[in-house]
Design a protein around this ligand. Sequence first.
Ligand code: TSX
Ligand code: MN
Length: 649
Amino acid sequence: MPDFDVGDAQYVPLPRDCLRQYQRNFVRMQSSANETKKLTAVSLLPAKLREFVEENVRICCPSNVQVCDGSDAENQLLVNKLIESGTIVSLPKYKNCFLARSSVKDVARVESRTFICTRNRRDAVNVPRGSALGQMGNWMSLEQADKAIEERFVGCMAGRTMYVIPFSMGPLNSPYSKIGVQLTDSAYVVCSMRIMTRVGTEVLEKLNSDQDSYFVKALHSVGRPASGQVEHPHWPCDPERTLILHKPEFDEIVSYGSGYGGNSLLGKKCFALRIGSTIARREGWLAEHMLILGVTDPKGRKRYVVAAFPSACGKTNMAMMRPSLPGYKVECVGDDIVWMRFDQHGQLRAINPEFGFFGVAPGTSGSTNPVAMETIFENTIFTNVAQTSDGGVYWEGMEDPAPGVTVKDWLGEPWVPGSSTPAAHPNSRFCTPADQCPIIDEHWASPEGVPIDAILFGGRRPQGVPLVYEAFDWKHGVFIGASMKSEATAAAEHKGKAIMHDPFAMRPFFGYNFGHYLQHWLSMANKANVKLPKVYHVNWFRKDKEGKFMWPGYGENSRVLDWILRRVNDEPNTAQVTPIGYVPTKESFNATGLNVDFDGLFSVPKEFWTEEAKEVANFLYEQVDQDLPQDIQDQIKNLIDRLNSYQTN
Ligand code: TSX
Ligand code: MN
């Protein structure tokens, strides 16, 4: 019995003349490309890349192959094609902005159809105790994966162009960067990948000059329903058979059936996090779901921190924060993914492997994130937001449209304020170049990365969890990351407002067994002469007895950064010990001008934490079982011991 049902095993017959027709086209395409001696001629590609393209052309049977050079001219042609096919519309209110409306069945990542494929299940996912269901990823055997791929990809690109996208995750001149090549039959994906990653001939040149011309192989098709019926011709997809597969052993990604960002922009979650985390483990570094920001204090001392938050915590808002504290400056390096490692001096250094922001639109406004609002109205592809009659966009939380301006919702239907349905899809997005951010850090694309002095974990915790606390040491910090939980909104595939485990904010993004991942994090402390960063947990979302937020958040979070910098700078008398870690002393936390309940914000209720410790212990022992590192088991025991001897007044 297979472990997972991979969908209807309906075989799509190979279009009869597909292969022969392709072979004719291919010869023609190659000879014309040869004539112009373009680097983008398939025949002139580095051998391994050419092999990858040709093998998949034979399988997918596109009617054309186009190697992307990343140029403006190429992008313009693709934009024209997308407008003609009705996939995107122009937004004349802004410069070079477009709106795509997806199929209603293709609006989000699909975790239940996302798999890590390995020989042994235990390499790919945590193996829970007894009959408990694994909560951190799905496994599929390599045999099952190959069968599922064959069932879906044979002939799937017939009548379409296969685009070959050479891209770099990270600056091209950085030793931390990695190259990928994505094959796709979606021009929307090409245009989006060009915003989110570094695409173009420079990547091919680097592949050409490299000894091993190593690259991650990413194959993507929006698919073609077995019925042959395409519901939305402007947004073809195959939601019934959507599948996102990762083969860490081969550094391969295969994605079928969805054009939506998280499933189709394969450099992001699939490469930079899932495959990335497995490469990072092999090579001794970390690929994490974190923002990176630089913070300068009034004395001009600059530090960089990274922060991992589950969804709906405002990670992008934090990455672009405008500090309220006088004299402070925050600059943005990245809002979603970090690749980091200790350099030869033992300093942790980080790069943002991305080139753009793929942010949730609803909730983004002049009050929640003015910096994002200054970033996204040029050279941006919006997906599933509402459209205004003056050629602009609209979403929930955005300032109301001007009088006389009407709105069409994300489905293209007329919409008025106060409607029972939202104007924009809750998961609607902007896809925008990072270098347009007015507070982008001067070192955001430095090949050597930026030095990291603190790691923040966080969550949406209405009860019990202080605004900020600091780990006692590295092992305790790893335990705090493993214990992360957050109040889920009704977003994604989960309903209600349950508080869900989301260790390291990586629950949907682990590329291998979470127990081994914990061991990998712990192993950072065994490296010779490394300066381990301090680790923190933050919670902007604690509520009082009336259910009101106790902390104003947003720019006021600079006060939390201020305290963290004091700690990083080893300022004396800045912390007091609690069973869960260090919390600020009243003198060391700058709450000047704020009317907040300091004691309430920082209290560590014994009963709550005794219950929390038990619940977290159950989760970790049940989910990770045999692979739970001894150090983490010790951390659980130590926490419970500290709570037992905790005297409250
Ligand atoms: O992004 C948020 N941040 C981080 C900002 C740098 N949000 C939005 C979360 C949804 C994506 C927040 N929401 C934050 C926050 O710090 N805090 C809150 C909760 C909150 C909401 C409104 C108020 C206060 C707190 N309003 C008033 O106090 C008036
Ligand atoms: Mn993310």
